[in-house]
Each structure stands twice: as C-alpha cells, then as structure tokens.
Design a protein around this ligand. Structure first.
Ligand SMILES: [Zn+2]
Ligand SMILES: [Zn+2]
Length: 231
C-alpha cells in the first residue's frame, strides 16, 4: 500500500511532472509530493530527473544508465538503485540534464538529505505501528518499491507489446502494479504526454491522478490532445 502510494507520486510528480514537464504541478500540491518522495524513497528529485532524461536521450545504448539490453535483465532488476546512484554521482549527468532544478532552501536543509528523510519515515512508521511492526513495514515498503522500480526499467524494456516504434514494451500486468508505468512503450512514443494509456483496457492510475489534480486546478496538463504515432 505504502509502496503503491510512493510509485504513484514518483510517476506523477517526478516522472511525468519534473522529468518530462508533461504536467505542471501547483506549489500547493508540489510541497506534499516533495515531502512524500523524501520520506518514502529518499531520492533527490534533481538526480532522479537527470538520470531519467539521460535514459530517454540514450535509450538502450551504452550511455543508457539502466538498459537491460546492454547491462542484462537481472542487473537492472536487482541493482536499479545502485545504477541510478552511479550515474547521478558521475559529476556530469546532473549538471547536464537537470539545470532547471536548482536546489532551494528546503532542498539544502531537508530534501537533499536522503537518510534524514528515510530515517524520519521509519520513525513515523514506528510511532504509528510500534517499533517491530514499523520496522517490518519499512523493510516491506522499500523492498516492494525497489522491486517495482527495477521492473519498470528491466521488464519495461524486455517483455511485452511494442505498438510504437521504440525499444520499450507495454505490460498490462506491470502497469496494474506501477500506476501505469508499465505502459512504457506508449510512454517512449510521446514522452511529453501525461497520459500513458491509449485504449480503455490500459490501466493508468498516474493519469487519473494527473487529471484529477488538473480538474481542481492543482496541475496543468501539457497536451490537451494526445499526439499518437503507431507503427
Ligand atoms: Zn524506458
Ligand atoms: Zn520517461
């Protein structure tokens, strides 16, 4: 449950919002998203965004930070977070691909301190559930979150359908458990689209949240109509 919320915030705010500017999130909604990413993932949005933009710029080439076609399926599935960290700290990628995300006061004091965020998240779980259940919930949450994130990059470039002309794949089952991220072939076909689903049978909760935020003026969607290119 917690991992699903973290995946939903990751896909809507970090991925569709910051990395691709497919939607612009209003500051009123953005702040809680930043807090949730900090507490539930420990990731720095600037680093995640830069690594992901490099993935799109160099998809499934030697420069791709996490291509299963280059690095092997299991390395991406199991060591996804380590691959992100390696690229984020190479001294080049963040400067080149995340110029638009300069750190502000909250980043310097809180959100750039990953262990402070994760530690605070664990303390909150322990206070809410008792320390044993809280620690267990934290371990289950991080394992699930890391497993699903790895699957988006590993499965999403290996198994599934390819209606559009790119090396990513669509997996409906993966989409079901990753708030729509499993529709990865659709996403690579139009990265600036906030909507990953195309047909009614494609499950895309990230798009539902984006559309709901837009309906109450907490977000602006970049493309009103979806430019679709099929093979
Ligand atoms: Zn991809
Ligand atoms: Zn993307």
């Amino acid at each position: 449950m917690l991992a699903e919320i973290a995946i939903l915030v990751t896909t809507v705010y970090l991925h569709r919002g910051l990395a691709h500017r497919a939607l612009r999130v209003h500051p009123v909604a953005e702040f809680p998203f930043r807090v949730m990413i900090w507490l539930m993932t420990g990731m720095k949005p600037r680093e995640w965004t830069a690594v992901h933009r490099l993935h799109h710029a160099a998809t499934d080439t030697d420069q791709d930070p996490h291509s299963p076609l280059v690095l092997g399926f299991w390395r991406v599935q199991l060591a996804n977070a380590a691959l992100y960290r390696r690229t984020a700290r190479d001294g080049v990628t963040v400067d080149r691909y995340a110029k638009d995300l300069q750190p502000d006061w909250f980043d310097r004091w809180f959100f750039d301190r990953a262990w402070l965020g994760l530690g605070t998240g664990v303390v909150i779980l322990c206070l809410a559930l008792g320390w044993q259940t809280g620690l267990l919930a934290a371990v289950v949450h991080m394992t699930t979150y890391l497993g699903l994130s790895g699957a988006i990059n590993a499965v999403g470039h290996t198994y599934g359908k390819q209606p559009h002309d790119n090396s990513a794949t669509n997996g409906r089952l993966l989409a079901l458990v990753t708030a729509g991220e499993g529709l990865h072939n659709n996403h690579h076909s139009v990265p600036t689209a906030a909507r990953f689903s195309r047909g009614h049978a494609e499950f895309d909760p990230g798009w539902w949240l984006a559309r709901s935020l837009a309906a109450v003026h907490l977000a602006t969607i970049r493309h009103e109509t979806l430019p679709v290119r099929t093979r």
